[in-house]
Each structure stands twice: as C-alpha cells, then as structure tokens.
Ligand binder design. Structure first.
Ligand SMILES: [Zn+2]
Length: 467
C-alpha cells in the first residue's frame, strides 16, 4: 500500500493504481498522515530535494531563476536551505509564458508529453497555462482520492460535481479524485442558463450523497429547489459537501447555514489552481472549520508578506506552496497572495498536519507598488499609529499622469486638526513616512473622524493611476 513512512527511494513516487483502504479505515495513507511532524519533515525534505534538483536540471526557467541562489539547488540539505530559494510569483509566470509561449520554460517534459492543458482565465491579466503530464495527472488523482477519503468519501458514494467543466481545473480535480477513490461520479457541470433548476431535479432524482461546488452555489441550489417545491433536506440525499473557490466554507455562519439547509456536514478545501492537487489544503470530516495542510503532497510555508521571511506555527501570513512530486510543470515556492493563519490542532482524525484554522480569509493584494517599491498599507498604519497625534484612520491616494512617476499621498486624520496652520506637522509626518518607507510621499491632514470606519478590513487605497 502507498504508505510512505520513510524518505522516498524513488522520485516521483509510484502509487499502486488499485489501492483502496477498507471502508472503516480513517486514513488512506496512515504513515505520512499521522507521523510526528519532525519525522515527516525528513520525508518532505527528501521529496523537495528531488523536486528542486529535477526542476533545476530540466527547466530553463528554474536554471536561470536559481542562478544566484545562496544554496545549491541540486543538493538541498535542510528545509531552511529550501526556504532560501527565491519565491515565485504569478507575474513571474506571466512574464515567462509571454516570453516563451505557451508554457514558459517551466515545462520539464516535451510538449507532446503534456496530457492535459489547464489554466487560469486571466481576468486580472494574461492567462496562465499549466501543462500536466500523464504521470502527474495520476498522482493528482491519488492525492485527491486520499484527501477525499479524509473528507468522508467512500466507494459507495455518488458525487455530484456541480461546477463548470472548463479550463479551470477545480471540477476536474474533484472528478478525478472521486473516480480514483472508486466512487460513482456524476459530472453535472454548471454555468448554463437553467442549469440550477436541472441540478435540483437531478439531485432529487439520482440522490447524490456528496456535492462538489462553491458555498454560494450550494445556497443558490437550495433556494432554487425550494422555489420548485423541493425540500433540500427531504428530497436530496447529500451526506456531505466539499467546497473550494470561496472562503465561505470556513466562515462559521455560512457553514452552519449550509449544514442546516441540507442536513449534511461540509469540508473546506483549496489552495490554488496552479498548485493542483489543489485539495492539499483540506479539512477532514471531523474538523469544525479550516483546512489541514497535507504537507507531504504540497509543501506549504507561511511567509511574512513584508519581509518574506518564514513564519513559525501560530503566525498569520501568506501561504507559499511547493509541489513535491511534479514532473511536467512544477511550481516551487509559489506565492499565493492569500492571507491565513496556521496552527497545530488536536483534530479527532489524528492527522498531525498544521491547519489553517480559519481557512483562507484575505488577500495580500493590498500591497501597492510605488516607483518600484513594495509598500503595504499595514506598514503605513504601523508608522502612523506611532505618531501621537494620529487621528485613527487614513487613506492612500495613488496618482500618475502619463509619462510621470507615481505620486503617493497619504491622507491621515490628526487629532486637534487646525486647518490654518497644518504645515509644520504635515512636513514632520511626511518626513517620518519617507524615512521609514524609502519613497517620496506627500501628506494631507484631515480632522479625526473624516473617514468611514468599518469593522472589516477597510478599503484604504484609492488608485487613480493611469495605466
Ligand atoms: Zn482532521
């Protein structure tokens, strides 16, 4: 059975095609799922060492990307050394794929050996392309089967995949995992006009026991079903639902609402399409919210969004993901841009993985780039809060006329605002900010209470730059 408890002797691993544990067994691969984390680190290091060496030797991109790396990419000795490799961003992928279309020099196999092409749609820029080899696709299936097993899926289940089958890899990932596990799959799809009514009809007719969708789709399905005179608890047979694509599955109120609506439990999942097997962030059937990090499948580091240094368990930061067994288009130290907090939990499932206890709940995209410098509103907030007259709220105004440099104006509230004599104070605050940020900024003073307060993350950036 595929129970790797010792560092690999072969890379990438070969998983026996027909393996399925007995129904009552909690873990698909008890070894790596329940071993002490320090012991698992040795297994992960062995896999990452092979993964990085392979990428360095077979990908023109990584060969160049690691040219100045302070460690030897062909022989990483520790996870700390691994953490010294440069971080890969979505922009790096876009630029590389633009220069070397379609895959960039990420591809480590001949293009003819690509088994599937997937990608992101490019709503916020050039689309990104993933070429996935046949062996990789089989390992993705294995990983998703193993993780769905933890979610409670068994071969007697019938899985309805009610999400669009397209370029986006989400639905395909759910399908291939369910198939590998031996469940009956019902690839229903989504997105066509009238399809939700048909989904309700079909769910009432064939009685799927598990649903893959997004949390908001599940609620929409319930609403549609009720409008058709169906009762989502009585007329459907969903035992559990697994979701990705939105944070709702770890938001307590949304979660409770869905569970009560359908009389089922739900499991939150999902890292990023680029990182498929994207289920490597996944809860289990016992976890009340959040997602375990299946570290031996995709290795996750938590990184400080500003210093980009690795953070210890307990910290909040940006998950940075690495494939550990990818031969076609490996992503190594990929910056997710998400915000999450990782902790060790005592989950009744017995898995010893770190856990994103609140799932993924934010984006680090609030980072702004001014004249080539990365600036975080949180850093500006820190500086302003250290100024005794700071009035509690601020806004960042970004402007640029064509052909000119960016102009950043920090509009800050101050106590005892005096519109007739603001200059010395304004200059003092501007000087403090310039020193700390390393870029030229202007400051506008506003009276305390000028800006709207919100208990949620405030939108503090006003970007008027002409692209
Ligand atoms: Zn668990």
């Amino acid at each position: 059975m595929p129970d790797q408890t010792t560092p690999e002797t072969t890379w990438p691993p070969n998983y026996p095609a027909g393996y399925i544990p007995p129904d009552e067994q909690e873990h698909w691969s008890p070894g790596p799922e329940t071993m002490p984390p320090e012991k698992r680190d040795a297994l992960i290091l062995a896999k990452l060492r092979e993964q990085v060496r392979y990428a360095y030797q077979n990908s023109g991109f990584y060969r160049q990307f690691y040219i100045d790396a302070p460690v030897d990419p062909e022989n990483l000795r520790t996870l700390q050394e691994f953490a010294q490799l440069p971080i890969l961003t979505k922009d790096d992928i876009r630029q590389e794929q633009e220069a070397h279309p379609p895959y960039g020099r990420f591809l480590c196999v001949p293009p003819a050996d690509v088994f599937r092409v997937h990608g992101t749609s490019g709503t916020t820029g050039r689309p990104t392309v993933f070429g996935i080899g046949r062996g990789d696709w089989q390992r993705i299936a294995e990983a998703h089967a193993r993780i769905l097993w933890a979610a409670g899926l068994r071969p007697h289940d019938l899985v309805m995949v009610a999400a669009v089958f397209s370029l986006y890899v989400g639905s395909w990932g759910a399908l291939v995992g369910a198939e590998r596990l031996g469940a009956t799959s019902f690839p229903f799809g989504g997105g066509a006009p009238g399809q939700t009514e048909r989904a309700a009809e079909w769910a009432a007719m064939v009685k799927p026991t598990a649903l893959y969708a997004t949390p908001s789709y599940a609620l929409y399905l319930a609403e549609t079903a009720r409008a058709m005179g169906l009762d989502p608890r009585q007329d459907f047979a969903f035992r559990f639902m697994f979701f990705s694509g939105e944070p709702g599955a770890s938001v307590p109120a949304t979660r409770r609402l869905i569970e009560d609506t359908f009389g089922c439990y739900i499991v939150d999942q999902g890292s990023m399409a680029e990182m498929t097997p994207w289920m490597s962030n996944s809860g289990c059937r016992h976890l009340p919210a959040g997602m375990h990090l299946w570290q031996d499948i995709v290795y996750t580091e938590m990184v400080d969004p500003q210093s980009r240094r690795n953070l210890p368990i307990g910290a909040e930061g940006v998950p940075v993901y690495s494939h550990t067994e990818r031969t076609s288009q490996p992503m190594i130290r990929y910056w997710s841009g998400d915000i999450a907090q990782w902790e060790m939990t005592d989950c009744p499932c017995g898995r010893t993985y770190p856990t994103l206890t609140r799932g993924i709940y934010g984006r680090a995209d609030d980072m702004i780039i001014v004249r080539g410098q990365n600036i975080f509103p949180s850093r500006i907030e820190d500086i302003l809060r250290s100024i005794p007259v700071f009035g509690g709220e601020f806004r960042l105004l970004l402007e640029r006329e064509p052909g000119q440099l960016d102009r950043l104006t920090i509009q800050t509230e101050v106590l005892n605002y005096n519109p007739t004599a603001p200059d010395p104070l304004r200059e003092e605050i501007a000087a403090t900010l310039r020193r700390a940020l390393g870029v030229a900024v202007s400051v506008d003073l506003k009276p305390a209470g000028e800006f709207e307060r919100t208990q949620f993350k405030a939108r503090r950036i006003i970007d008027h730059r002409v692209i």
